[in-house]
Design a binder for this molecule. Sequence first.
Ligand code: PGA
Length: 247
Amino acid sequence: MKVRVFDTSDEMGLAAAKLFAERIRSKPDIVLGLATGSTPVRMYDALVRVAKEDELDLSRVVTFNLDEYIGLRADHDQSYRYFMNEHLFDKISIPKENTHVPDGMASDLEAMCAAYEEAIEEAGGIDLQLLGIGGNGHIAFNEPGSGADSRTRVVDLTSETIRDNSRFFQDESEVPRQAVTMGIASIMEAQEIVLIADGAHKADAVAKAVEGDISSAVPVSFLQKHPNCIFLLEREAASRLSPGVLE
Ligand code: PGA
């Protein structure tokens, strides 16, 4: 995998946004895999700017989000559908029907997961996938223990993730205990993967991702096997990498 390091989080976000804009320009009906969390906000802010400046045509872009909490309605301000509308979809000219987020309120969650995988396949598969990384090495909600062959499914969140995400809720008890997430195998099928990370609290997980053993104990480490994956890192997040891995 390739690694690039930036002095600031804004530079990291801009680099990711420029890469996405470039790919959209060369394939206007591109299928994007999108992520939520604090880190992608910088990238989405930059993408909104770049899309306006470059008059990027987003009318044929199709998107699939990685995950969603179970039990939060789309209009709940902590649902990932709400997050995506607020930070990206409502600010760019993408038709809403082209945007997909797993339905955490589905009455038959298993059927919804299977349908989500089918919809990705019908769209032609994901061309470009954006990822963040959890402090415990998760990608999407694939917590430690997630296997290489895992696909879109219902998962229990670890206490670490519940604690991490409680900053967005009034109280830790309000954080959903379960989520729907695309699996490791679903993510690895993307043609190209861009992972973004910033902050010293990600340095350990980033080092394990890039240089550690490939193991379900650190799900992000499976990305080492992906043929076209780049990590765009802010300086602090890259601080535990060996000098040899930096471009
Ligand atoms: P963050 O989350 O961007 O909010 O740090 C990343 C993740 O857990 O995937």
